[in-house]
Design a protein around this ligand. Structure first.
Ligand code: AVI
Length: 321
């Protein structure tokens, strides 16, 4: 039996952990992977040979930067927003090219992590000092609502890294609708989608031999230990990845290796696990053209153009209203 009295929560994180671990089947949201430790682990994931997504998108941007930048800048000056900017490694390809072409723009990266934004600002100022950068701290949805009020300039909104794949289709449509509502006719949205491919390639990307993705997934439990005084024993959980080639959905789980109890001090909650019981932690959706077009049309967006790598492993789409 779980505790009957629902405690008062000091954060949404606490509330979601409570709800996710007192329901069946158990789940925790992947948005909580990203504290300082998780940010660092994700950097390591992006540098792994198995995690092809980063290289694919990097190559697409490098190969097609002229066409992309030309499309963005055809109608004059604009603000370049980026949702979930991270370390901006890929974006710097576009920034550098925009600067080289003397195109008038300013760069407005948006991220939940002030730490990530501060680091990004320092590195842009050092590497491409010509770029006018104004960081915005907040969640995608909240900041999207505010984007229209920020200034009257034309907008181009970047959402790279197949971050959209961490949303179920229903949520992705809601998100794209929010995007649509925050742009005008002459604005563009530029989104990265990881495409369906050999299932083994996908499984390898999310279950690397060095165990970095395992540590990333388990950081969720480690974070609950650190921030909520819990006593998860990480060795008693297995990192498990599945991929369904029919739906294109990759799912990450933490699987309890034995019957066990965990106590979360801040929530005054005892959580019981049966052996082989799961906690679902993440989805990483893979796409085909039909699904991307279906999502866009549900959200009232039109496909303007798309760019891909040689293997059609990854695609960047440009949308407008
Ligand atoms: C951030 N997001 C797009 C990554 C992905 O591929 O779903 C997060 C990740 N999870 C495990 N490896 C990388």
């Amino acid at each position: 039996m779980q505790n009957k009295n629902i405690p008062s929560f000091t954060s949404i994180f606490e509330q979601e952990v409570y709800e996710g671990l007192t329901t069946y089947p158990k789940h925790l949201s992947s948005k909580y992977f990203y504290d300082e430790v998780g940010d660092k682990l994700f950097q390591d994931i992006m540098a792994m040979p198995e995690y092809y997504l980063t290289d694919s998108e990097f190559n697409i941007l490098e190969k097609h930067k002229e066409d992309i930048v030309q499309l963005f800048s055809n109608d004059g000056p604009f603000s370049l927003f980026e949702l979930g900017a991270g370390d901006g490694k890929k974006t710097k390809i576009l920034l550098r090219h925009l600067v080289d072409q003397n195109i008038v723009f300013d760069y407005r990266p948006i991220d939940i992590s002030q730490n990530a934004l501060d680091n990004l600002e320092v590195s842009i100022k050092k590497e491409i000092p010509e770029v006018e950068i104004n960081t915005i701290q907040g969640t995608y949805f909240d900041t999207l609502r505010d984007i229209n009020k920020i200034n009257g300039k034309r907008k181009v909104i970047l959402f790279l890294g197949s971050n959209i794949g961490n949303l179920l289709h229903e949520k992705a449509v809601e998100f794209l609708q929010e995007l649509r509502d925050s742009i005008n006719e002459q604005d563009y949205v530029f989104i990265g989608f990881d495409m369906k491919k050999n299932p083994q390639t996908i499984l390898d990307a999310y279950n690397d031999k060095a165990g970095i993705t395992e540590a990333f997934n388990k950081n969720l439990l480690a974070r609950i230990n650190r921030e909520m005084g819990a006593d998860f024993d990480l060795d008693k959980f297995l990192h498990w990845e599945v991929y369904d080639p029919e739906t294109g959905t990759a799912k990450s789980y933490l699987v309890s290796k034995e019957d066990q109890h965990v106590f979360i001090e801040n929530l005054q909650l005892k959580v019981s696990f049966k052996s082989w019981e799961t906690i679902h932690t993440e989805i990483s959706q893979k796409y085909d053209d039909e699904v991307v077009e279906w999502l866009a049309s549900k959200a009232g967006l039109k496909v303007v153009s798309s760019f891909t790598d040689n293997k059609v492993s990854y695609k960047n789409y440009i949308f407008k209203k």
